[in-house]
Structures are given as C-alpha cells and as structure tokens.
Design a binder for this molecule. Structure first.
Ligand code: WT7
Length: 570
C-alpha cells in the first residue's frame, strides 16, 4: 500500500545477523508469511501447553482483575477480524483505536493485525483537534472507541471526516458483533514487509507525522524483550505506557505476548499508591515505566514503598525521557532495584540503546546499542542537527558529543511517514538514520542523553509538536500569533507553555487568558498548554518563523546566544 513512502528495506529474513535467533523462534504463518498477531497469540493458542496460560490480566475501574487466556484472546481477536470483514475492511486499510488499556484494546489491536489492516492507535486523552488531524492524516476508515470518548471527542468532528466510514463502540454494540462473529477466521496472509502499525508522532514544524511499521518489526520486539527487559514466559509484566503511543503497543501488547508472558493492564489513571498496590498484589516481575512516574514515586518518599511487598519485582526499566541519576539512586535505595534505561523513538520501533536487565546500571547513562544496532555520533552544524556537507556527514569516533545516528536495516525501522516522502527522506543522510537527539558517548561506548536537537517538547514522556499547539491557538478569534515551548518541570520533565500575541484591538485580561487555557484544553486535551503568557510580540527569524529557542532561553533566564538570524532582537 505505501510503496511510495518506502525508502528503507528491512533486512531480508535470510540474513544471518544479531536478529537471527529471534527470527528463528518466530513461527511464521502456516502458509508462509509473518503476522504480528499470529506470533503474539495464535501460535501460543495452538500449543496445548500454553493455550490456558493467562495472556492478559486487566484491572477494571474497581481494581478487580479480569483474565484472558492465550486461547481466549486468540479466538476473540479472530472474531474482531471477522467483524472488520463485515465492515468491508481490506488489507492495508487503516483502523484506529481510541481506547485505554483494557481488554477491548488488546482484542481490537490483534484483530486489526489479523485482518491484514493497519493498526493506528490514538491517545485517548487527546482532544478533538489532535484526533481529527490524525484520523485525516492516516486516511483512517474505521475507528474503535468507547461511547463516552465518542460523545466527547469524535462526534463533534465526525462531519469533518468523510473518510471515516464506521465507528465501532465498545460495550453492547461491539460485544454483540463479536458474539455473532467467527472465532476461527483464518489470519489474512501478510508478508514481513507488509504494513502493520501506524504510529503518530510530532515534529517541530508542520502537521504530525504517521510513522509506518511492518509486521517484521515483531522480530525486534521479541529480541529486545528478551535481551533488554529479560522477559520470560513465566513473567508477570507491566508496561505502564498508554497504548495510544508506540511504547504501549510495541512493549505493552506485542512484546509480552510474543514472549508468552502475562501482561498486566491497569485501566485507571496514574496514582502512586495504587501503582504500588498493583506491583505488589499482581506480583509483577518486570516493570517497564517512565521517568516521570518514578519521579512521582520518589516525591512521595520511601515510607510509602515500605508498606508493600515488592519481592516479586526483578527488573525495572524506563523509557521516554532522560532518566536522571537521582531517581536511579533512589530506586536502588528504596526499592532495592536498579532502573535500566532504554532509549528509542517512534521511528525506531524498538529499543536501540539500553542497559540490559542483566547489566550494571551507570546512573545518568542510557547504556549501549543493543545487539544488531550500529550507532554513531555525528558532528553538529550551527542549527544543532548533524552537519551535512555535499550529502556527507562527519562521524566522530571515541568519546564524543553530537547527533545520534543509527545504521538503517534493523527489522523495526519505520518504512516512512505515511504519505510524506519528503519528511521521510529528511530523516536519512549518507547511509544513516538521524535521530534528532544529541548524545554524548564515553570512551568505553556508553551513551548519555544531552538534549533534543529540535524544538519538540517532551512532557511526561509524550512528544508534543509546538506547531500543532500553536496552530490550534491561532484558530481562536482573539489570537494573532503563538509561540509554544517546553519549560522545565521537576516531575513531568517539561510542561507546555504558550506565548500569545492578541489581535489588534483586543485587550489582555485575566479572563481572556483563562478562556484561552480552557479552549486549549477542550480542543487539544492532554497536549494543551498548561500556562499561557499574553505578550505584545514574539521574536522572529528573518524568514518570519517564531524563534522558540529565544522564547526558551528568555523563559529560563539564559543568555540569548547567537541572534544573527533574528529579525527584532528587542
Ligand atoms: C524521543 C522519542 C520510544 C519510546 C517513547 C517515546 C526521547 C526516549 C529516552 C531516554 C532520554 C529519551 C528522545 C527521543 N527519549 N527515550 N531513555 N532518555 N530521552 O517515543 O515519542 O517517538 O519520543 O523521546 O528525545 O528522540 P517518541
């Protein structure tokens, strides 16, 4: 389907490389081919020794646990695929989920993959504007969501989405359809290079991007689940990332199931005390979480931790934002465990740099490239990104600081931004994939995160594109222009802050500011600005772009640095 966006071929399955062991332990489809859902559930369901094992343990709103065995999950997700058949879904069609981490999500995600369709997960805390943009961008024809989210987020924009043919609502509607559907629907044969997942991510300019992944990505999910997280079949594994983001799918759904472990899913919002209880009561053995969550644990103090029996816990791993050394030391002291940092991106599809579960952690460092990944540090140009001269980059050896680059060819590398070959091509230079992150590498090959090389904001582990927030604010009748940055926050890493210039004749007031904050919350949901400053003007480059870098340095009281491209350095 997306051959026009396909710029990088995955490694062929005949290549004997670091991924070979993972490839060999995958089953493949009976008639040849590869399908993530087959590896995740049907293969296990076909094994009489595994069929009855708990695949998924969902904690509902009251904290009660509901279990699905591998056999049950296999049959129910096949029913889902057959519901999609009835809706006229074809292989390659995009089907989106706007759901929290409950059983319906797992059933839908696996069913979509079984139908050969492309799973496009959406963050359920998004407001209508980010949802509308993404459904449109992905050319989504079917959406699965809850009646409540439908009313709040989808119904108001439904008329703007002519391509959205069907909406499946969980509850009686979906249950009725599933009960009437075929539990033995065979999996649509998919090839390793066929599209499977569409993950939305944010850039510094322009609309969000939709990173396309293929079924072969499962090779990297399995390999890293084993080599980095140390996952085994007898593990009770909890990935706390929301399934609207890449981590929640790749390591919340795919990785634990492919391994054959038990995945825990908690449908309730974050709460330190309850999370401790989940870890203790569910006897979680491997916990994959985010620095923000760990920092909230730390803020609550060690006293709380001592009330729970965490003796089952063997591994804590973290992803999404810088894992500060203080948290690592706190966890070691209070939880008695190291926190293993992992670094990756929506585009890389799987963990690329890490301190594996069986390795000693160095507080403040991410770790080293996982087996099969070749990483490099590239010399930076004046804009902070890798310097490209005549199509060539400069690889810096030994201990170095610069933009992190990875050698394409690993199985979970994205195959392009859906429908956007130009932005896809911009991610590659001189035989490297450019990450946009600045790192420092020690003499012995350990990597540390330094900064993003662009203006993208990381808040509580989620990427927020400033452009998307700015464009939304500029649709408000009182707003002339907006500049959006991240300001440091001890817990969330960064919070979204907007600087807003009002239209001529409109007076700034406290009420207007509150109105703008409310408007942002309504339209954008979780990515809305937390604070808004009404300002008389914004700094611009000579080409007219808002200089977010300057907004940032001024907000932080730092020196302005090189302002030679600035239009109005007031
Ligand atoms: C960006 C990718 C892939 C999982 C989560 C989000 C930042 C990721 C780390 C880490 C410091 C990290 C980077 C990266 N990031 N892991 N261990 N230390 N920063 O995926 O939303 O595509 O975000 O998250 O800046 O480029 P994503």
């Amino acid at each position: 389907m997306a051959s026009d966006t396909l710029v990088v071929e995955g490694t062929g399955s005949d290549v004997d490389d670091a991924w070979t062991a993972a490839r060999r332990s995958l089953a493949g489809l009976p008639g040849g081919g590869l399908n993530i859902a087959h590896e995740a559930v049907d293969r296990h369901a076909a094994d009489p020794g595994v069929r009855g094992r708990t695949a998924l343990r969902v904690l509902d709103r009251d904290g009660d646990a509901h279990e699905l065995t591998y056999g049950e999950l296999a049959r129910r997700s096949s029913r889902f695929a057959s519901v999609l058949d009835r809706l006229g879904v074809w292989p390659g069609d995009r089907v989106a989920t706007l759901l929290g981490p409950d059983a319906d999500l797992y059933v839908a995600a696996l069913g979509i993959l079984k139908a050969g369709a492309v799973l496009a997960p959406l963050f359920s805390a998004f407001g209508r504007e980010p949802v509308r943009t993404r459904l449109e961008l992905g050319g989504v024809s079917v959406l699965v969501t809850t009646p409540e989210l439908y009313r709040r987020t989808v119904q108001p924009i439904r008329d703007d989405l002519p391509g959205l043919r069907h909406v499946l609502l969980t509850g009686p509607m979906l249950d009725g359809l599933l009960d009437a559907a075929d539990p033995d629907r065979p999996i649509t044969p998919t090839a390793p290079g066929d599209a499977a997942l569409l993950h939305f991510t944010s850039g510094t300019t322009g609309a969000p991007k939709a990173a396309l992944h293929v079924h072969e990505a499962v090779v990297a999910h399995l390999a890293t689940a084993r080599s980095v997280l140390g996952l085994r079949t007898d593990d009770v594994y909890w990935c706390t990332a929301d399934p609207g983001w890449v981590t929640g799918v790749s390591y919340g759904i795919v990785a634990p199931l492919v391994v054959g472990a038990t995945a825990v899913a908690d449908t309730r919002p974050f709460d330190v005390r309850r999370w401790y209880r989940v870890l203790a009561e569910q006897r979680v053995t491997v916990w994959y979480t985010a620095p923000t969550a760990l920092r909230m644990f730390m803020a609550r103090g060690g006293q709380e931790a001592r009330r729970y029996d965490l003796s089952a816990l063997r591994t804590i791993a973290s992803v999404g934002e810088p894992l500060n050394g203080a948290v690592v030391e706190w966890a070691l002291e209070v939880l008695g465990l190291q926190v293993h940092d992992t670094w990756w991106q929506t585009e890389t599809g799987a963990i690329m740099l890490a301190t594996p579960a069986d390795e000693e952690v160095r507080p403040g460092a991410i770790g080293r490239p996982v087996p099969g990944i070749e990483a490099a540090v590239l010399a930076q140009g004046p804009d902070g990104r890798a310097r490209i001269d005549d199509g060539h980059v400069t690889v810096v050896g030994g201990s170095a600081q610069g933009e992190l680059a990875l050698r394409p060819g690993w199985p979970s590398l994205f195959r392009g931004y859906f429908g956007d070959p130009d932005r896809t091509a911009a991610c590659f230079a001189d035989g490297w994939y450019l990450t946009g992150d600045v790192v420092r590498r020690d003499r012995d090959g350990w990597y540390r995160f330094v900064a993003r090389a662009d203006d993208v904001i990381k808040t509580a582990g989620h990427l927020v594109g400033p452009f998307e927030v700015e464009s939304c604010l500029m649709r408000h009748p009182a707003v002339a222009e907006a500049g959006v940055i991240g300001v440091p926050d001890p817990a969330a890493g960064a919070l979204v802050k907007a600087f807003v210039v009002l239209r001529a004749g409109i007076e700034p007031s406290r009420e207007l500011r509150a109105d703008l904050l409310g408007y942002g919350r309504r339209e954008l949901g979780a990515v809305a600005p937390r604070s808004i400053a009404l300002v008389p003007d914004l700094p611009h480059t000579r080409s007219g772009k808002v200089m977010r870098r300057l907004l940032r340095t001024r907000e932080l009281g730092l020196p302005d640095g090189d302002l030679s491209t600035l239009e109005n350095p007031s």
